[in-house]
Design a binder for this molecule. Structure first.
Ligand SMILES: [Zn+2]
Length: 432
């Protein structure tokens, strides 16, 4: 974190200005950033050096958005299996840090996100939160997987943020934090929809009231119209959606006027159909992103596996910004787990299947209050050590009383409707 501080001030002022650019200026910026990235990748990234040679693409002649279709899409499977080739030979120049994520379908992925990408992401995120009513120093309540050592929650006076560890979400801890909320009255809330909804449910059951904030931002799972309405009514505040991923390949945020904007000065976004062709006008397609800033490990035309709906009939927004407007994000699907000690774990669980070497996709299925099994589709690099590491991570979240088994399967289980949720509940904890 400390290493990105020098980058942040400059980036902050850049993002404050660039949100008011004309469409023409934004597009010129995208072309310029794509040209630079493709030239860097062609020179320093083994995977792209070979790929560009293979497809006959000369980085020096690359023009920008209009040439992007010439580069094949990049999926998580390539990143997983050819990760070393995707790292620039001069990566250390960009201050690399290893991170991992499991994405929406539980695919483990190890990637490096460099200093430039991290500082740009942080600053673009802060700007998105500002659209949702956040101001620097505003008292905030944040539910996240903090892994707090000795407490369910803690208040940081310097940052004025009350942090509640979503791994500890159960009725007792919820009541505890609600009493603190009643005292501190934070004006801005953030967290996964699931955790915020459960918190409000516990409050209602116990007859406790949560002081209404001005607004909240949610992320990490799909914010359906139904969930949004439930949150608005439970918290009596405006709700804003935010979407991004560790890969820094895309970002979507909701503005003051409640339009969803592709953050066009952070990444170049495309929406593609099942054949990988760009969808031009109206329809649903997979979001494909190219982040401008991760030079240590450039991901070009990266498939997010999340679908979005576009409606080009309504291209402008009353907020005055020229970032592309989309209609809807259709992302992660998952149920939730109840642990024997009464904690409820939603999409936050997806991070536990990280670091599983050889795991292509995974799924956590609960079939009894004290039993889960994990379906794994694996390759030949999966071994006992991978399984031990997975079990360790799951144990940390699920606690000692839960029995955990692993199953190597040819494919994941589907719900009757055909969806493949990352967490599948067979004890009635469906969540949609
Ligand atoms: Zn807008």
């Amino acid at each position: 974190m400390l290493d990105i501080i020098p980058n942040i001030a400059g980036a902050y002022f850049f993002y404050q200005r660039s949100q008011h650019w004309s469409r023409g200026r934004l597009e010129a910026y995208q072309d310029e950033m794509l040209r630079r990235l493709i030239q860097h990748a062609g020179k320093h990234v083994p995977y792209y050096r070979d790929l560009f040679r293979e497809i006959g693409l000369d980085p020096q002649l690359f023009r920008g958005r209009e040439d992007m279709h010439k580069i094949p899409l990049l999926d998580k499977e390539i990143v997983r299996t050819r990760q070393k080739e995707l790292i620039a030979d001069n990566a250390e120049k960009f201050g690399i840090v290893w991170e991992s994520t499991s994405g929406s379908t539980g695919t483990p992925l190890h990637l490096i996100v460099d200093r430039g990408a991290r500082s740009n992401k942080l600053v673009a995120l802060i700007r998105s939160y500002q659209w949702a009513g956040y101001t620097l120093g505003k008292k905030t309540f944040s539910l996240q997987s903090y892994y707090l050592k000795d407490a369910d929650f803690e208040y940081n006076r310097l940052y004025r943020v009350l942090r509640f560890d979503s791994n500890r979400l159960k009725k007792e801890s919820a009541c505890g934090v609600i009493r603190v909320l009643q005292k501190l009255k934070p004006r801005f809330f953030m967290g996964f929809p699931f955790d915020l909804l459960m918190l409000s449910r516990f409050a209602a059951e116990e007859g406790l009231s949560i002081p209404a904030p001005d607004s909240m931002v949610t992320y990490g799972e799909t914010l359906s119209a139904h969930k949004r309405a439930s949150l608005e009514s439970a918290y009596q505040c405006e709700v804003f959606n935010y979407y991004s991923q560790h890969e820094c390949a895309s970002m979507i945020a909701e503005c003051e006027r409640h339009s969803l904007h592709l953050i066009d000065d952070f990444a170049y976004h495309e929406i593609v159909d099942v054949e990988g062709q760009s969808i031009a006008k109206i329809g649903t397609g997979e979001l494909v992103g190219t982040g401008f800033y991760n030079y240590a490990m450039p991901l070009i035309r990266y498939r997010t596996r999340d679908d979005v709906v576009i409606d080009k009939n309504n291209p402008t927004c009353a907020c005055g910004r020229n970032f592309t407007v989309i209609k809807e994000i259709i992302g992660k699907q998952c149920d939730y787990i109840e642990t024997p000690d009464g904690r409820l774990l939603g999409a936050v669980m997806s991070h536990s299947i990280d670091n599983g070497r050889g795991v292509i996709v995974s799924q956590c299925v609960q079939d009894a209050l004290d039993h889960v099994y994990v379906n794994l589709v694996v390759d030949e690099t999966y071994d006992e050590e991978s399984q031990r590491a997975l079990k360790r991570d799951l144990r940390k979240r699920l606690g000692e009383e839960m029995q955990i088994d692993f199953k190597i399967v040819p494919q994941l289980e589907k719900r009757p409707g055909g969806k493949t949720p990352f967490i599948l509940s067979k004890i009635g904890h469906e969540y949609a």
